[in-house]
Design a binder for this molecule. Sequence first.
Ligand code: ZN
Length: 397
Amino acid sequence: MVRPERRTVRDLRRGNRAVLLRTLYFEGPTSRHELSGLTGLSAASVSNVTGDLITDNVVVEAGLVESDGGRPRVLLRVNPEFGYAIGVDVGETHVRVELFDLDMNERAKAEYPLRPARHDVDLVVRHILAGIEAVLAAGDVDPARVLGVGIGVPGIVESGPESLIHAQTFGWDAVPLGTLLRAGTSLPLYIDNGAKTMGQAELWFGAGRGTRHTIVALIGSGAGASIITDGITYRGANSSAGEWGHTKIAVGGRPCRCGGRGCLEAYIGAESILERAGLSIEIPDEQAALADLVREGGPVIEETADYLGAGLANLINLFNPERIVIGGWAGLMLGQHHLTRIKRSAADNSLTQPYETASIVLGRLGPDAVALGAATLVVEDFLLAKAVSPEQRPAAV
Ligand SMILES: [Zn+2]
């Protein structure tokens, strides 16, 4: 039997701390008075908790603002240099490692090219570990000040201590990435699917900002979606939710990289678009080749826009999002030139009411926000008020 949870004063204080920290993080510089209004906490609670946060150096003063008739009010903000987050993008053609402060300013970056069809896990692990060292050195940041490393990977990430990864397109079958990295770093690790990390980046800082029911549809060589319901990424029983690219759009249709047939990805993924246009292109040149094709337009691109619209319609009918953000390098190319046709197809294939309440927009963060998104996994944990100073945190396992 599950025992009812007893809320202690400490729990309450930690809860208040998390609410205030989150508000300060997303609202920017805010006075204590405004914080009380935004959070519903009493002036006394705001004063106590912000006092603690300032003592811990998590929050700092950020100037003064005039108040009506009274003394000027002190603005507070999250200290961008309280700690740092590292974000890693494990992509088809590269491993990219970026160091961010808590304002998500990039402080340093390292990139290692990967040869397509050569995604040996040992090589990827070596690149990630080298990248962590390289960005810490280039950014002149002490590892003790790093709150964690977020890693966006392809495929399905099983939650658990080993972080088993199933990425068919990489030839990774139950690869224990967490365990392998653990041999080379003691920093806390946060591993998730790259589409989900991009989704969180667009939700926090990009085209999804201010929404709570949002789908970020990512199209690159393949296709995936990050489904955010009521502000939280939907994961499903084993974290595989969002494999939108492998929903079927034609029973018995074109073969897909997953081994199935008729998947959406087999029509809208960059590789399949080029194939359908009769072009066989090696992955490093895929982007340039697709850019030319998309600019020229023509029957294959028009058909792709129609399939993409139908795929979005399925998301609209299933999830009733307020906004759909189209991202990923191929998605942005298609959207920039053919958004009208994509929307028309989405309208033709959705129920009228949910279509009319869903806006379809392009991502704002560009195609390279996987590492930024991965770093938000670290910041998300920090905002849950586990915000002790990095020196005080328990040693990672
Ligand atoms: Zn498939």
